[in-house]
Design a protein around this ligand. Structure first.
Ligand code: ATP
Length: 301
């Protein structure tokens, strides 16, 4: 249908599954048209010893946008999804892009665009972008409808060290103050329960000023996987199109469980090579739409 159309602003890698390579396929399986802008075009993700390719600059981004505008495609986008950008000027420009899409859709009497912002900046205590990019995201988030930071990105942006449910709530509140109504802190480790990862969904209603929060856990799988956040955010867009946000979060968590398990079964356990730990995004297409389990997403009092 006409409102299942997403502008996906992400990285492209030739080898492996991160960025648009991780986000496009799940969305397409759900019946979405995915218009992809590749912010970088690289041989592989940055974990490998060698990385070669091209990074987009602001001029290239605005040139692509010019083409989309001239052909009148902008009002088609019911969703904007952003992932890895790592360029201050482009992060800033995305605010203009979303605003333009909002205005165009409003003029045409279409449903408002929904902007999912995954502020991809780093992981596990390591920032892989410049401080100016962090600052640009702090501003961009006031335009976002949904933000999906990992615990580290939530910590860097909010300056609240996310290490338990209480600090996650505090960090999510910072996003609400900035103007993002819905925040998912996708996972954080807890000292008292090393077998699980906990997540927080925090929904702030601007009209009433009230905040509804939910939490839950998923089993922790030893090891580091890349592209998990990208598949998560894409799956969240897809499920949230027809489900309430808490249900959508539970399903997207279930998709990641299946995907990590499939990757481990194919030899990509925690200590295996980087290449074997590339998520097996194409192996079980069914599971991307119908995860074998759905995480419980429990309202907090
Ligand atoms: P981004 O950098 O895009 O913000 P990320 O990949 O660092 O994202 P995570 O919170 O690490 O974000 O992972 C996203 C989701 O993938 C989590 O919500 C969780 O469901 C799942 N996940 C990732 N790593 C693991 C793991 N080791 N064990 C179990 N689940 C995991």
């Amino acid at each position: 249908s006409d409102d299942k159309h997403v502008l996906s602003i992400h990285s492209h890698v030739t080898h492996g599954y991160v960025g648009n390579k991780a986000a496009t396929f799940p969305l397409q399986l759900h019946g979405f048209d995915v218009d992809a802008i590749n912010t970088v075009s690289l041989s592989n993700h940055s974990g490998y010893p060698v990385i070669k390719g091209h990074r987009m600059d602001l001029e290239e981004f605005t040139t692509i946008m010019e083409g989309l505008r001239a052909n009148d495609f902008l009002s088609d986008y019911a969703y904007v999804l952003t992932g890895y950008i790592n360029n201050r000027d482009i992060v800033r420009q995305v605010a203009e892009t979303v605003t333009e899409i909002r205005e165009k859709r409003q003029k045409q009497g279409k449903k408002d665009v929904v902007f999912f912002c995954d502020p991809v900046m780093g992981d596990d205590g390591r920032l892989y972008c410049k401080e100016e990019v962090v600052e640009a995201y702090r501003e961009l988030l006031s335009h976002a409808d949904v933000a999906t930071p990992n615990y580290f990105e939530a910590s860097v942006l909010s300056t609240v060290d996310v290490k338990d449910l209480e600090s996650a709530i505090e960090a999510a509140n910072w996003f609400h103050t900035k103007g993002t109504p819905t925040v998912v802190i996708k996972s954080f480790k807890m000292e008292d329960d090393p077998a699980h990862l906990r997540f927080l969904l925090s929904c702030h209603d601007k009209a009433t000023g009230s905040t509804k929060r939910y939490t839950g856990v998923v089993p922790y799988h030893e090891g580091r996987y890349t592209g998990t956040g990208d598949v998560f955010a894409a799956s969240l867009v897809a499920f949230a199109h027809s489900d309430p946000i808490d249900v959508a979060v539970g399903k997207a968590m279930g998709v990641l469980q299946d995907l990590i398990k499939a990757t481990i079964e194919c030899g990509g356990s925690g200590k295996a090579t980087l290449s074997s730990r590339e998520l097996r995004v194409t192996s079980y297409p069914d599971r991307l739409q119908h995860p074998s389990s759905v995480a419980l997403v429990t309202p907090l009092p």
